[in-house]
Ligand binder design. Structure first.
Ligand SMILES: [Zn+2]
Length: 259
């Protein structure tokens, strides 16, 4: 009887230990499984952005600039179209700019008109050279340029590569965002920055941020943006525009601050 009781107590202890071991091993298995899931869903290691801004460089910029605007970087105002940032067939709702045959994103038309009117009030004669360009128009322009290069033959891959040095491929033009605009002078509507009224170009640069616009392709940032255009302005909203212009950033660098 005594032996039997000792034996059953021993068996009970053994069983409890066994049960505990099973539970423990299940637990660690679950933990392993969970960590495996986390690893597969986790963010990839930081890599250089398409704009060529290294994460380290981004932090340096952030440190020297101070408080960045408290904005939602995924909002429509900050969309980037450019090399490595193809926006596909993105097409905003657009409206005509004054009585021209040019169109602009409806959400930013009032700031654009205010900007143009301010330029007139300052004694200038702004001219909208190009504003919104659709994906298909951009495609047409690129095909045209490639055909011109290849003439009288059909364009090759090399001809397209050459054409892309002058015409952005569809999905990669800031004009497709509906927020980019080439502003030149009514009487000197050249797209050669050096031939434009320098006083007017300076005025545009100095006042654009007040209306929510930035210089989209500053010559000093060509290595990042791929272009240099002193007449191309881009709407981003007043808060971001003032920060970008004050700190001599390009849009790619600004957006990278929020990554
Ligand atoms: Zn342009």
């Amino acid at each position: 009887m005594q032996t039997k009781r000792i034996f059953s107590a021993f068996a009970f202890t053994l069983l409890s230990i066994l049960l505990l071991l099973i539970v423990a091993s299940r637990g660690s298995e679950a933990a392993r499984f969970a960590s495996g899931v986390d690893a597969s869903l986790g963010q990839p290691a930081p890599a250089p952005t398409d704009a060529g801004v290294m994460p380290g460089a981004k932090e340096d910029v952030e440190q020297t600039l101070g408080e960045k605007p408290d904005i939602d970087i995924d909002s429509w105002e900050y969309i980037i179209a450019g090399p490595g940032h193809n926006i596909g067939s993105y097409a905003p709702y657009t409206v005509t700019i004054e009585n021209t045959a040019q169109y602009f994103d409806e959400r930013a038309i009032t700031p654009l008109l205010d900007f143009l009117n301010a330029a007139r009030a300052a004694g200038y004669t702004p001219y909208i050279q190009t504003a919104y360009r659709s994906y298909s128009t951009q495609n047409y322009l690129l095909n045209g340029r490639a055909s011109q290069i290849a003439w009288p033959d059909y364009p090759t891959v090399e001809d397209y590569a050459e054409a892309e040095r002058y015409v952005a491929p569809p999905g990669e033009s800031d004009h497709q965002t509906g927020l980019g605009v080439d502003i030149t002078d009514r009487y000197y509507s050249s797209l050669d920055s050096s031939k434009l009224d320098q006083g007017f170009m300076t005025w545009l640069r100095e006042h654009c941020a007040e209306y929510g616009f930035i210089l989209r392709y500053p010559p000093a940032k060509e290595s990042i943006t791929g272009r240099s255009e002193l007449y191309h302005f881009r709407y981003v909203g007043v808060e971001a525009a003032e920060y970008i212009m004050e700190n001599n950033l390009c849009l790619e660098q600004f957006v990278a601050l929020y990554e």
